[in-house]
Each structure stands twice: as structure tokens, then as C-alpha cells.
Design a protein around this ligand. Structure first.
Ligand SMILES: [Zn+2]
Length: 183
């Protein structure tokens, strides 16, 4: 194994010990995209005020701008998800009042998921918000409908979007920057 590959291997192995901005800089230095996507995702989850001038310098203006744009896309997506609960297309057998079931699903979604993912003081990821949401009381919803809808939401309805979005922006960006291996 060459010295370069050995260094890359070691950094990859300990990537969580590095600040993501530093990892981006190392991608440039070693001309490798190996830690790029993961560092990019971590930067998107980092609050701007936690980034020092040095961090910004390490990642460079292009990556900084892409992080800002990705954050904006995800914020918009969050607001859409918060306001638009998935629709109950088929009610379960034990559901006897579809209207009340729909009303309560909508109300619990807005007061639960909506509030949890939009909470500015304690912003939660979709997964964290879902864990708190699924144990709430669902009013007049039937058990069957509640179970079906939670399964639908958990199955990635809308939620996988944020992960895929960050990943695809990260990999496209890595391809446009000068971080490819020059052999
Ligand atoms: Zn129902």
C-alpha cells in the first residue's frame, strides 16, 4: 500500500475524529473523493454559527455554497412535509368513521410531526421526530388505520428524500470539484 493510500485508509477509518470541513480539505489535498459525501452530509447537518472562519476556508467557497443551498432545499422539504400529512387512501376494517379518522390524523400530524420537525429551538431529524410522533395519542383514529399510516410513514414516504437529496448533491459536487484521484 502506498503512503498516500495508507494515509487515506487511516483517515477514512477515523473520519469521525475529524471536523467535516477538515475532511473536505483532506479530499482536496489527497485528491480523493473517499470521505467527501459523508463529510458533506455532516456539514449540511451542522448549524452555520458553529462553523468558524477557518472551517469555511477549509471547505472552500464552492462547497460552502452547496451546503447552504442544500440546507435551503431541505428546509423547504421539511415545511412541505409538516403541512401535508400523507393521505389515508384506504381505511382499515376496524375504522367506522372515516371523516373523524381523517380529521384526527390530520390534527395529530400537524400538532405532532409538524411541530416536531419545525421546532426552531430543538430541531429534530425526521427519524427522531417520528420516534416521538408514533407514541402520541391518535384520537378517534382506528388502531388499524393508525398502524397502516405509521407503517407508510416509516416506510420512507417523503423521509428518505432528505437523505437521497444530500447524497446526490454530495456526489455530483465531488465529481465537479478537483478531488478525483489522479493516477
Ligand atoms: Zn380510518
Amino acid at each position: 500500500m502506498s503512503t498516500r493510500n495508507y494515509a487515506i485508509h487511516n483517515i477514512q477509518h477515523r473520519k469521525y475524529h475529524f471536523h467535516p470541513a477538515q475532511l473536505i480539505q483532506l479530499c482536496y489535498e489527497f485528491k480523493t473523493p473517499v470521505f467527501f459525501e459523508s463529510a458533506f452530509s455532516r456539514l449540511v447537518e451542522t448549524r452555520f454559527h458553529e462553523l468558524t472562519a477557518e472551517h469555511k476556508q477549509m471547505m472552500g467557497p464552492q462547497v460552502f455554497q452547496a451546503v447552504a443551498e442544500t440546507k435551503e432545499i431541505l428546509d423547504e422539504h421539511k415545511r412541505i412535509i409538516a403541512c401535508e400529512p400523507p393521505i389515508i387512501t384506504t381505511h382499515a376494517r376496524d375504522c367506522h368513521d372515516h371523516n373523524k379518522c381523517n380529521d384526527d390524523w390530520y390534527a395529530v400530524w400537524w400538532n405532532g410531526m409538524g411541530r416536531l420537525i419545525l421546532d426552531g429551538r430543538n430541531p429534530l431529524t425526521f427519524d427522531e421526530a417520528f420516534k416521538r410522533f408514533e407514541v402520541l395519542k391518535f384520537g378517534r383514529m382506528s388502531d388499524g388505520c393508525k398502524k397502516d399510516m405509521l407503517r407508510l410513514v416509516k416506510g420512507g414516504m417523503g423521509f428518505s428524500h432528505s437523505f437521497t437529496c444530500i447524497q446526490s448533491i454530495g456526489s455530483k459536487l465531488a465529481a465537479t470539484l478537483d478531488v478525483e484521484v489522479d493516477i
